[in-house]
Design a protein. Structure first.
Length: 106
């Protein structure tokens, strides 16, 4: 079971990094294609890992893993790009986290 969580964390990491690279590509002029290429390659890897993970884990846990990506992308964007965390973003993130908690507990 522990291996499944490692795969889940890997999926969260790869998906988050892919989204961060695509965001970076929109902000730079130089090396834009490098960021885009790596971002899309990571998304492709995330899709393959998602298909594998859906075969070996209950849908309940897969949904939690995929929902966690919204939180990690927000936090990484705030950390890397110094994006502001306004009231709407914080409220949305809290709702996602509460949804994960309710989903696991129910």
């Amino acid at each position: 079971m522990m291996q499944v969580w490692y795969i889940g964390f890997f999926l969260i990491f790869v998906n988050t990094l892919g989204q961060i690279l695509l965001k970076k590509a929109t902000l730079v002029n130089k090396r834009k294609m490098i960021y885009l290429s790596f971002g899309y390659v990571l998304f492709f890897v995330a899709v393959i890992v998602s298909f594998y993970l859906m075969k070996i884990v209950e849908l309940k846990y897969f949904t939690v893993i995929m929902s966690s990506i919204y939180v990690t992308v927000l936090l990484m964007s705030a950390f890397i790009f110094q994006e502001s965390l306004d009231k709407n973003k914080i409220t949305g993130t809290i709702l996602v986290i509460l949804g994960i908690i309710v989903f696991i507990g129910g």
